[in-house]
Design a protein around this ligand. Structure first.
Ligand code: FAD
Ligand code: MEZ
Length: 570
């Protein structure tokens, strides 16, 4: 046998995996996945077996959210590939395993089959279709359901959460209950000022106003669904601590995505994986009347609906598209999940949507080439510094990302080292993930660490001593870093090499404050809504760390509510 299907044939017929010889009956492969679990045990049992076998990292327990389908990695009729390898390079030993590879298929591929499905007419109908199961899509699904609508969520990947499930540092919000509890003085107006300044003032002020003035309520909404957003830290470009995340500084994205996913499932949303929307269908008056879906296993089919929420995220993982807007980023690695290719943008464009700011694409300053992991800005927010190969600081570590990334690229080797001590480690749970992944070097003393990294020890010691002096004095006389929460004086010491990687597409489809999509004449496309990284205008030329999660929760919720009201009013 050279694949899993043939291997299983030795034990029975096709129906040992499938309901019938015809193959899969749905794109979630519901029956097939149940068959895997019934023979091999639950994910928890498989993970426990991996741990018992002393596997350092188990692919059966991860930061991914929802019920991870076995078939996301194990394939019957093609080579199996660990989904983790889309970002990391663990090289898990998979039965009949291969190397991760993905080719991008334009949304207008297979034209004849698409036309046939459209001619056949709708297979089903629903109040609202949400495209994308990231935070914006799940928030829209929950809020549409709260407002009485029935929803189908279509997700092209085999699992939920998009980039949202990867988000690390936190969610920005002003005037929240958690800031008040900590005595943090913040104002919606200051969040607006910071966001506009960070975005080089080209943001749409009306959208920024909605972002900031709804942010506290968005935190409360998540909290009401069971989220823990009680820890508050700082990200680059913020004047005060307003980045909310779970207790102890655990990663925000997997938590928020899991909470929203659970709420969406509870609300009765029909969530379909391996289901790519390739076209929004409109009537002769330009009003939305359905979507054309490419089911990976069931083929093309039409769903009739009068309201569609495009929550398809950004395109940072599609380097051809990135470089077409910003040639400087050609060949850069990306921090994103594999679905961030921008085909949702193509779908919206074909439906007549206008776009804005596509040329503004952000690199995250601290991506670790070892392991392919983005290292959260929260590590710097909690006190880490950046040093170059000469062992010297070179930038205010919590400046905006555009500036920090440019500064790193200017250093010898176009990379830098993120340096912190044990007190920073203890302040942020997320750091344990990086240690667990083996991407961090540890030294008993600063000099010991410098020797392990090949940095000049005397320089690094002098840099750390001088920084600690600034912390004591409450003023960074070198780079005017505004927050220096702690001295770096408690061993052991840690560092890892970091360099910029493409992270966020600031541009996208144009929306108004109701999350309705606008056409090139500035008019609303009737029935088409959009939210999250698929849209442009909220972040201007440069997004502040922590503002995306705020964006997707607030605008996803608005899009879902308004889509439900639109359907009701028809
Ligand atoms: P996504 O969460 O990306 O979801 C979009 C979904 O749509 C995807 O699942 C995709 O597969 C699906 N899709 C796309 N096209 C189609 C189609 N045609 N048909 C069907 N499905 C489709 N921001 C913060 O504010 N704070 C943070 O701490 C933070 N950390 C981050 C860390 C990392 C590593 C990354 C990559 C990003 C981080 N961000 C952070 C940014 C933030 O996570 C994203 O901008 C945000 O989650 C995007 O949410 P979304 O719902 O718009 O898109
Ligand atoms: O907003 C982000 O992208 C973010 C905070 C990322 C991070 O460094 O954690």
């Amino acid at each position: 046998a050279d694949n899993l299907a043939k291997f299983h044939l030795n034990m029975g017929d096709c129906d040992s995996c499938h309901v019938s010889k015809k193959g899969p009956t749905d794109d979630n492969l519901t029956h097939e996945n149940q068959q895997c679990l019934s023979c091999h045990g639950s994910m928890d049992e498989l993970a426990a077996a991996d741990v018992a076998a002393k596997k350092e990292i188990t692919p059966h327990k991860s930061h991914l959210i929802g019920d991870i389908a076995c078939t996301a990695c194990h394939k019957g009729h093609e080579q199996s590939v660990a989904y983790c390898d889309a970002c990391h390079s663990f090289g898990f030993d998979m039965p009949f395993g291969g190397k991760w590879q993905r080719t991008f298929e334009p949304v207008d591929s297979h034209k004849a089959e698409q036309d046939k499905a459209i001619a056949a007419g709708p297979r089903e109908s629903i109040d609202i279709v949400v495209v994308g199961s990231g935070g914006a899509g799940l928030a829209a699904a929950v809020s549409a359901s709260e407002n009485g609508a029935k929803v189908i969520v279509l997700e092209k990947e085999p699992l939920a959460g998009g980039n949202t499930k990867l988000a690390a540092g936190g969610m920005n919000a002003a005037e929240t209950q958690f800031q008040k509890k900590r005595g943090i003085q913040d104002k919606v107006s200051i969040m607006i000022e910071d966001t506009m300044k960070g975005g080089r003032n080209i943001n749409d002020p009306a959208l920024v106003n909605i972002l900031a003035s709804n942010s506290s309520d968005s935190i409360d909404w998540l909290t009401s669904m069971g989220a823990d957003m009680s820890d508050v830290g700082r990200m680059g470009g913020a004047s005060v601590n307003r980045t909310h995340r779970p207790t102890g500084g655990a990663g925000v994205g997997a938590h928020v995505a899991q909470v929203l996913y659970g709420a969406a499932v509870k609300s009765g949303a029909d969530i379909r994986f391996n289901s790519r929307v390739v076209r929004v269908l409109e009537d002769s008056n330009g009003k939305v009347e359905g979507v054309l879906v490419e089911g990976k296993y069931t083929g093309f089919y039409v769903i009739k609906t009068s309201a569609v929420v495009m929550a398809t995220g950004g395109f940072a993982k599609n380097n051809d598209r990135v470089a077409s807007y910003d040639p400087k980023l050609k060949g850069f690695a990306a921090t994103n999940h594999p679905g961030a290719t921008g085909d949702g943008l193509d779908v919206a464009l074909a439906a007549g949507a206008a776009t804005r700011d596509l040329e503004y694409i952000q690199a995250h300053p601290t991506w670790s080439p070892k392991g392919g992991v983005m290292v959260t800005e929260a590590v710097r927010g909690n006190g880490a510094i950046l040093v170059n190969r000469e062992g010297k600081r070179f930038v205010n570590e919590i400046t905006t990302r555009d500036k920090a990334s440019a500064a790193i690229l200017n250093q010898t080797g176009a990379s830098a080292f993120l340096f912190f001590d044990d007190s920073v480690r203890k302040s942020l749970k997320k750091i344990e993930n990086y240690i667990h992944l083996g991407i961090v070097t540890e030294g008993k003393t600063v000099a010991d660490l410098a020797a392990k990294l090949g940095l000049p020890a005397a320089n690094l010691e002098a840099t750390v001593a001088s920084y600690n002096g600034f912390v004591k004095a409450g003023k960074d006389a070198q780079f005017e870093r505004p927050n220096m929460p702690r001295e770096l004086a408690t061993g052991p010491y840690y560092a890892l090499e970091v360099k910029p990687a493409v992270h966020h597409s600031m541009g996208g489809v144009k929306i108004d404050t109701s999350a309705e999509v606008l056409n090139k004449d500035g008019k609303v496309i009737s029935g088409l809504f959009a939210a999250g990284e698929a849209t442009g205008g909220v972040h201007g030329a440069n997004r502040l760390g922590g503002n995306a999660i705020s964006d997707i929760v607030t605008f996803g919720r608005i899009a879902g509510r308004n889509a439900a009201q639109f359907v009701k009013a028809k």
